[in-house]
Design a protein around this ligand. Structure first.
Ligand code: NAD
Length: 379
């Protein structure tokens, strides 16, 4: 492939823990030519220069905007700074990839979406799991009706640390699972009921754990448990349908996705309790999944969308929909778990519809992508 002729000039802002992964992925991604890495911490920049030959570094964001060869900027700084940097990049005519969450408020997220639309620029959010082969396969199975009617799902994203100081565990960890729930169900929830608790930073009211229930218009539920104060490292998802059920465990080295041929079927007209529900327990199948790194798939999808002008699977509107759910959850936590309506601005259903449309594989360059042995798991 004539990489240098077609490559999109890229810069990455934020080169700390996760940012290092983003730097590496845009360095390796097909269609990307990483030109700059920017971080306020000079020690991180020294390490970047040693690891990635030919990549220039700077602590000054304006240096990136001053390079006309930089067509797109990936923002992997801490969440409170996402909006300001993304806005400056879009205003300077650059396509933008923002790590999750898109912004801290729906107002800020909407502003970025409107700006990108007005300028005809690509805006994509790092909802990594939408690029995970297990989630892609799960979505295909759900859409094909293999599970029957989908009834509910639940997800756990817990571990010990990283304890953040500028955001709580709900904001830090839940965006992935909210994005997956919207993606799999093909629509946005109508309300969120969430309970959270602060144990480590009581003076700042930063919740360490949250239990949230997302309710969808047709009665489906998604229950999410996130925590950075937990003895286990769990990254799991269970989806229950009327015909089959599936489980996804991202901590396993392989066989991450399993389809359980199990169901419970009520029998109308039964006379005794024992006859009332037929429980079927069949095989458990673990489908083959391609050994691609989701982060690399995600970054290649971004540069492909920039090059073609097509909308990313996790575009700004989808990112804004996730922020609305996060906001509703935060309000519910403050109100002691009372269900809070998810604000609608008319774009949410559009976002969900787009998610449903864009779920099929093939719009990203996923086949034959670079395989990197050390796959970083999402937060
Ligand atoms: N997709 C995932 O699975 C995943 C996993 C972890 C983190 N994240 C996201 O990635 C982002 C980064 O996470 P992290 O843990 O590396 O954050 P971090 O807080 O450890 O590091 C942020 C870095 O950004 C730099 N920075 C802040 N403002 C800057 C500015 N104006 N100019 C240049 N540099 C600036 C800081 O110096 C720091 O090095 C966050 O948005 C987080 O939510 C995503």
């Amino acid at each position: 492939m004539p990489r240098l002729m077609t490559a999109i000039g890229m810069a990455v802002v934020g080169a700390s823990g996760w940012g290092q992964n983003v730097v590496r992925a845009f360095y390796l991604a097909r269609g990307s030519a990483l030109r700059w890495v920017c971080d306020l911490n000079p020690l991180l920049l020294t390490g970047i220069e040693q690891r990635f030959s030919g990549v220039r570094t700077t602590p000054a964001f304006d240096r990136l905007l001053g390079d006309p060869e930089v067509r797109a900027i990936a923002i992997a700084v801490d969440a409170p700074n996402h909006h300001a940097l993304a806005k400056r990049a879009l205003e300077a005519g650059r396509h933008v990839f923002v790590e999750k969450p898109l912004a801290l408020t729906a107002t800020d997220a909407d502003e970025l979406c409107a700006l990108a639309d007005r300028r005809g620029l690509t805006l994509m959010v790092g909802h990594l799991l939408l690029y995970h082969p297990a989630v892609e396969r799960a979505k295909a199975l759900l859409d094909a009706g293999d599970l029957g009617d989908v009834l509910y799902l639940y997800a756990q994203r817990v571990n010990l640390g990283i304890v953040r100081q500028s955001e709580n565990a709900w904001l830090s960890l839940a965006p992935h699972d909210v994005a997956v729930a919207i993606h799999l169900f093909g629509e946005c929830p109508i309300s969120v009921s969430a309970t959270g608790a602060t144990y480590l930073q009581r003076d700042r009211e930063i919740q360490d754990v949250a239990f949230a229930t997302l309710r969808f218009a047709d009665g489906r539920l998604a229950h999410l448990h996130v925590s950075w104060l937990d003895p286990h490292k769990r990254r799991s998802l269970t989806v229950v349908g009327t015909r089959k059920m599936l489980t996804f465990d991202d901590t396993l080295p392989d066989e991450k996705l399993k389809i359980h041929d199990r169901a419970a079927v009520p029998r109308p007209g039964h006379t005794t309790y024992a006859e009332g529900v037929v429980v079927r327990v069949g095989d458990v199948l673990s489908p083959f999944l391609p050994g691609v790194e989701p982060l690399l798939v995600e970054c290649e999808h971004f540069v492909a969308c920039v090059a073609s002008g097509s909308r990313p699977r996790s575009d700004g509107r989808q990112g804004a929909a996730v922020v609305r759910v996060l906001e509703a959850g935060a309000r519910s936590m403050r109100a002691g778990g009372t269900p809070v309506q998810v604000a609608s601005d008319g774009s949410m259903n559009v976002a969900a519809a787009r998610l449903a449309e864009g779920s099929g594989a093939g719009d990203a360059k996923q086949d034959g992508g670079l395989r990197v042995p050390a796959t970083p798991t999402s937060t």
